[in-house]
Design a protein around this ligand. Sequence first.
Ligand SMILES: [Zn+2]
Length: 153
Amino acid sequence: MTVVLDSSALFEMQDLPDDDCVTVPGVWLELKRHKDPRIAYWEGILRTSSPGPGSMAKVERAAERSGDSGRLSATDTELLALALELDSVLLSDDYSMQNIAQLIGVKCVPVATRGIKKVWKWAYRCKGCGKMYDSDKTECDVCGHGLKSVRRR
Ligand SMILES: [Zn+2]
């Protein structure tokens, strides 16, 4: 199954579902703006794709019909259009997106109800000596190198 994820879903999740996970370029920009430590990990497993103008127009028309167009960003529109094109499930906690998804026949699932939250923690490892830390810091106490977020095993 293909799953399209918006940033509300990504911010909420500790891990991605075991599906073909796709998002649009605008979501990466949001993640990078928040300096999300999971970016490096997600880059390996989250595909990026952009929808065509036909499905974008369909989403825009639905948004106007439902009165959600003012609340829908360009990125939201792309996510909905991509989910429509790929005939995939959209994972989002955004009400406007859920609304429009229903109008265009896309199955939209909020993260909480999907029970995806597999809890796993982040740790931070020094790029120099490899010492592990529970929280991020600008440099390692031991050797002064920067830290890198890693998935704790
Ligand atoms: Zn170190």
